[in-house]
Structures are given as structure tokens and as C-alpha cells.
Ligand binder design. Structure first.
Ligand code: GTP
Ligand code: SPV
Ligand code: MN
Length: 595
């Protein structure tokens, strides 16, 4: 028997009977296994070798042109009671969903190899980690899972010890968008995905397990599974403050996670350590603080916009042992994307000779997959079984108007409202229109595996458990001026905002109270070495009460969609926010400096 867990062997047998593969392969995660898989994919053209001189052991994968992003409209949460999935999810009755998926999986692996991938989300020796097994017929998925998770023999040994695992079943299918479904059964700890090989749809440890299923488990078990990066910010005295930040897809998590401070800060000794760039599991520790692990082992990052000025750490990790998906190609076989440099590529992401008239060379959601260990700012804390203590939680969105550069919540409940009130312009990470503002609470709109009303209650519940909770902030790097250009330089300069956040956590930085939260005054931010017009800074640090009044009316209507599942305490916090804005509009708002 391939595993010592009868339930696992039985499930693999059942799936093989239904899907009828030519071979079954249990992945051990070894180098030899990886080499054999890569050789096969090179032979089939699934992977194209890149220049061995500049990018040793790197490959390009060109996906089916219709299979380039998450498909939120085809993603379902199947609970017995539709109210448990909530209006934030598409729902299907579990028996109906099983029947539909069974029909799709029937005989779908004929002539293919069925791979069994045991994986662990989090350090294998961590009590906070959780395991799963993904069955797939895609060697590309196996190669990506090997970079993104702790996969193979060690994970299988833990699964055999634990006796439980999340069951993920994936098949490439026909890659037909009309026969493509990503379906979750949280009550069965099961995921089924058919018809897509794109990251979030097919690497089932990531969004499907570590967010949708894990958020469901976290709610019943008293912890949090979030769409957040984790960084350690080291100050000149060598003290490290850990921060978790939730931004929607393609809104800056990877970039912030591996930030290099501006020269003046670097010279003083500031440094950012990378713990995670996409997912964060947080548990209350014995001292009452929240401890976070990154359940992943690699990065599946947005390529376009990654350049020597914006994210040099990312470039440094992408010159070996990486998979590039849907990027362009130079004449000498190097990967290329918009924002990398001034070279002109020879081929676009679909393999056509590059022609500006066909659009960008790289798909806007082109991605790289790489082991986290290759990142120059990699922190050994990534492997710490206990995780890192979080001092600040930061929410943020892509908002060209209204939302200030940074604000701090007055307290935990107000922070939960700031998270719940998040909205952001949509990006190419999901199929559909780009640049449309939509509500995206805690950056979890596509990823919360249960009713958002219950999710808000769960967040609020941390406020009455006697914990030493992190302070909560909200940022916006994406404000634009009348000329359509970003007002804030972003990237490395975001450390100036992080430095204020760290200072607020330690009580060493000032702020001013406004109706929407605590904002830094110009003098509270370290802007040394930054040439920013006064007018830009004024816009970034001011509050528009009338605009916010409209914003809070919209969030009120949004909360109404969740009816009586919305906790009273959040309603109360919302009414408080509206009242403060009304006072401000009437000119009677307090605007007290606080330190
Ligand atoms: P997912 O992997 O989809 O969850 O996304 P992410 O949040 O990790 O986004 P990522 O860091 O990859 O950023 C996406 C895009 O936003 C890239 O094109 C970046 O260049 C751009 N970006 C990131 N940070 C900033 C910033 O501070 N300012 C501006 N203007 N753009 C940024
Ligand atoms: C996102 O879309 O938020 C991602 C990429 O991080 S994916 O893993 O495809 O969801
Ligand atoms: Mn993400």
C-alpha cells in the first residue's frame, strides 16, 4: 500500500476508479522525481527551457489563452445551508455539486498519469500547520506545488500521524471555460477543481485550502486564516516588529513583503524580512498575542511591474529554478514582461512574434513561481513552528480617490469596521472587468469560505477574549492626481508609512484624530530624501468628510446584504463612524492631536 493511512489509500482508489488514469504516481518530493517530471514536460512542450546562461533551470509555461486567472464566477462554496456560504459566495447544493463534478471527472484521466501530492501548509513540525492531499493529472501543477508547499514524504508522514487531511481533486479537463468549476465542500474538508490549470484554481493548497477551507476551520477553532503578507521590520537598534497586511489580489502584497528601504533608512539600519507574501494563519499564543505562520513555502507572484526599481529582491530570486507562466520572451530566450526593462521582446505570452498591436507582451496576470528560500530577504522565522508575534494588522486597497495614505483605527472594533469597509479597484488576477471599485472586506471577498456576516462576528470575537491584540491600520498606495499619475511613490518608500505604524505600536509617534481614524501629520512622517510636492502630501493626508459620508452610506448598504448575520457591534461601529462624519461636516468635529 502506498500510504499507511487506509482512508487515504481508499480515497485514491475511488478517484482512480472514477477518473481511469493510465498510471498512478505517489509524489515523494525528491529531486529525481522533479527531474523526471521536468524532462517529460520539456518533451511535451508544457515547459519551455529558458536560457541556461541567464536563467539556469528556469522554464516558461504558456497556458491555454482562456486559462489565465482565477474564475470567481465559477467558484462555489457548497454548504448544506446556503446561508452558511452567504451572499459573498456562489452556492450550490452539495449533492447537486457532487453529481455535476462526478460527471465531469468520469474517465477524465484516461491516458494520463494521476499524481498524488501529499502536502503540508506550514512548517511540517508546527502545531499550527495543516495538511492536505491533492490528486491531479497535471505535471505542471505538481511542479508548482513542489515550490509552493512542503510536499512529499515528510508531509505524508505527518498526514499518517494526524490521520486527517483536506481532500483536493483536480483535473485539467478540456480547459473549456464552459466546463470549468472550482468547488468547495467545507463540511467535508474537500475541494474539487476541473478545467483550469491556473494557480488559484488548480494549486489547491493555496486559495482553496489555505483560505476557503481554512477560514471555515479557523472560525470554529478560534483562529484566523487571512489573505495577508507577513513581514518583520527591523529598526536601527535591531528590534524586529512583525506586521501582517491584507491587500486584494495584485494590490502590492508581494512587493511590500520584500521591500528594500530607501537609502537614508537603509544607512540607519532599517531592514525588512520576508515571512510571507499572500497567506497568513494567526493563532492566539500563550501570552495572548497573535502568532502568525505563512502556510506556503514559495511565491506565486505577479510578474508585470517587477523591476530593478520596484522590487529588486524579487528579480534576484528569479534568475534560477523558477517557473514563469504567460510572460513574453526575448530573442535570446530570457523571460520578459512590462516593467522589467527597456528591451523589446521577440515573442508575446501566446508565443506570437511580439507586436504592440496585439497588446502587452506578458499577460497582465503573468506569474512567477519560486521557492521562498531564494528571496534575499527570506527570514528563517518562516520555518519557526511557533510563528511570529504580530504587532500591527494593515488593511489596504487600490483607490485612486478619497482614501488617505494611512490611518489608524481607534480600537479593535473600529479596525474591524475599517477592514469590513474595504473596497478596491479590480485587477487582472481574476477574469472580468479591471479597474472597477468593488467591496472587498479584509481582501477576502473571493476567499472567505463562509458568510461574511459570521466572519465579521468572528473578527469581533477576538476583542473580548482578553488578548493583547495588534493595532489596526489602513493604507492606500494608489491615490492619483488630476493628471492620472500616482501621488505616492510607493514600493520602497512605503517603509516611511511602515515606520510610522511601528512607531504608533510603540507609542513613539504622533497622530491627529479625524472622523475616519488617526492620521499622521506631515511632521509625524519621516520624509527625508523624498521629493514630494506639498499639494500631493496634503491630498494624501487629508480627509474628505462629504466623500466619506457617501462611502459609509455605501458600506451601510453593503452590510445590509448580509441581513441579520451582521453583528450588532459592527452596526454600532458603523453608526458611530457616520455620526462622527456628520459632526465633521457640520464643522463641530474634534480634531485633537494625540501625542
Ligand atoms: P496577489 O499575488 O494577486 O495576491 O497580489 P499581491 O497583492 O501580492 O500584488 P503584487 O505585490 O504582486 O502587486 C501587483 C501590482 O501592483 C504589481 O504590478 C506592482 O508593480 C504594483 N504595486 C505594488 N506595490 C505598489 C506600490 O506601492 N505602488 C504602486 N503604484 N504600485 C504597486
Ligand atoms: C491572487 O489572485 O490573490 C493570487 C494569485 O495570489 S492565485 O493564487 O491565483 O489566487
Ligand atoms: Mn493573493
Amino acid at each position: 500500500m502506498p500510504s499507511q493511512l487506509p482512508a487515504l489509500n481508499q480515497w485514491v482508489d475511488e478517484v482512480a476508479r472514477r477518473t481511469r488514469p493510465a498510471h498512478v504516481h505517489w509524489c515523494d518530493g525528491s529531486d529525481a522525481e522533479h527531474a523526471a517530471l521536468v524532462a517529460r514536460m520539456e518533451a511535451t512542450g508544457d515547459l519551455l527551457p529558458l536560457s541556461p546562461d541567464t536563467h539556469p533551470r528556469c522554464h516558461l509555461h504558456r497556458s491555454h489563452p482562456s486559462d489565465v486567472a482565477r474564475v470567481e464566477h465559477l467558484t462555489y462554496v457548497c454548504t448544506r445551508d446556503p446561508r452558511d456560504a452567504g451572499p459573498n459566495n456562489h452556492w450550490m447544493e452539495p449533492a447537486e455539486a457532487h453529481a455535476m463534478m462526478d460527471a465531469l471527472f468520469d474517465g477524465c484521466m484516461q491516458g494520463r498519469t494521476l499524481y498524488v501530492i501529499p502536502y503540508c501548509m506550514g512548517p511540517v513540525d508546527s502545531p499550527l500547520a495543516r495538511c492536505g492531499v491533492e490528486i491531479t493529472d497535471s505535471p505542471y501543477v505538481v511542479a508548482n506545488m513542489r515550490l509552493m508547499t512542503r510536499m512529499g514524504a515528510a508531509a505524508l508522514a505527518r498526514i499518517e500521524r494526524d490521520g486527517t487531511f483536506v481532500r483536493g481533486l483536480h483535473s485539467t479537463g478540456e480547459l473549456d471555460p464552459n466546463r470549468r468549476f472550482i468547488v468547495h465542500f467545507p463540511e467535508e474538508l474537500a475541494i474539487q477543481s476541473y478545467g483550469s490549470c491556473y494557480g488559484g484554481n488548480a494549486l489547491l493548497g493555496k486559495k482553496c485550502h489555505a483560505l476557503r477551507i481554512a477560514s471555515w476551520q479557523a472560525r470554529t477553532e478560534g483562529w484566523l486564516a487571512e489573505h495577508m503578507l507577513i513581514v518583520g521590520i527591523e529598526d536601527p537598534r535591531g528590534e524586529v516588529t512583525y506586521v501582517a497586511a491584507a491587500f486584494p489580489s495584485a494590490c502590492g502584497k508581494t512587493n511590500l513583503a520584500m521591500l528594500i528601504p530607501p537609502p537614508a533608512f537603509r544607512e540607519q539600519g532599517w531592514k525588512v524580512w520576508t515571512i510571507g507574501d499572500d497567506i497568513c494563519w494567526m493563532h492566539p499564543g500563550p501570552d495572548g498575542r497573535l502568532y502568525a505562520i505563512n502556510p506556503e513555502a514559495g511565491f506565486f507572484g505577479v510578474a508585470p511591474g517587477t523591476g530593478a526599481k520596484t522590487n529588486p529582491n524579487a528579480l534576484a530570486m528569479l534568475d534560477r529554478d523558477a517557473i514563469f507562466t504567460n510572460v513574453g520572451l526575448t530573442a535570446d530566450n530570457q523571460p520578459w514582461w512590462e516593467g522589467l526593462d527597456e528591451r523589446i521582446p521577440a515573442f508575446d505570452w501566446q508565443g506570437r512574434p511580439y507586436d504592440r498591436a496585439n497588446g502587452p507582451a506578458a499577460h497582465p496576470n503573468a506569474r512567477f513561481t519560486v521557492s521562498a528560500r531564494q528571496c534575499p530577504s527570506w527570514s528563517p522565522k518562516m520555518d519557526d513552528p511557533n510563528g511570529v508575534p504580530i504587532s500591527a494588522i494593515v488593511f489596504g486597497g487600490r483607490r485612486e480617490s478619497l482614501v488617505p495614505l494611512v490611518m489608524q483605527a481607534r480600537d479593535w472594533n473600529h479596525g474591524v469596521l475599517l477592514g469590513a469597509a474595504m473596497a478596491s479597484e479590480t485587477t487582472a488576477a481574476a477574469t472580468g472587468a479591471v479597474g472597477v471599485v468593488r467591496r472587498d472586506p479584509m481582501a477576502m471577498k473571493p476567499f472567505c469560505g463562509y458568510n461574511f456576516g459570521d466572519y465579521f462576528s468572528h473578527w469581533l470575537s477576538f476583542g473580548h477574549r482578553g488578548l493583547s491584540l495588534p493595532k489596526i491600520f489602513h493604507v492606500n498606495w494608489f491615490r492619483k492626481g488630476a493628471d492620472g499619475r500616482f501621488l505616492w511613490p510607493g514600493f520602497g518608500d512605503n517603509l516611511r508609512v511602515l515606520e510610522w505604524i511601528v512607531g504608533r505600536c510603540r507609542g513613539s509617534r504622533g497622530a491627529v484624530e479625524t472622523p475616519v481614524g488617526l492620521l499622521p501629520r506631515r511632521a509625524d512622517l519621516d520624509l527625508s530624501g523624498l521629493a514630494l510636492p506639498d499639494a500631493a502630501l496634503d491630498a494624501l493626508l487629508s480627509v474628505d468628510p462629504a466623500g466619506y459620508h457617501r462611502e459609509y452610506a455605501a458600506i451601510g448598504e453593503y452590510l445590509d446584504e448580509f441581513g441579520d448575520r451582521v453583528p450588532g457591534a459592527l452596526r454600532l461601529e458603523h453608526r458611530k463612524a457616520v455620526a462622527l462624519l456628520e459632526q465633521a461636516a457640520a464643522g463641530s468635529a474634534p480634531r485633537a492631536a494625540v501625542g
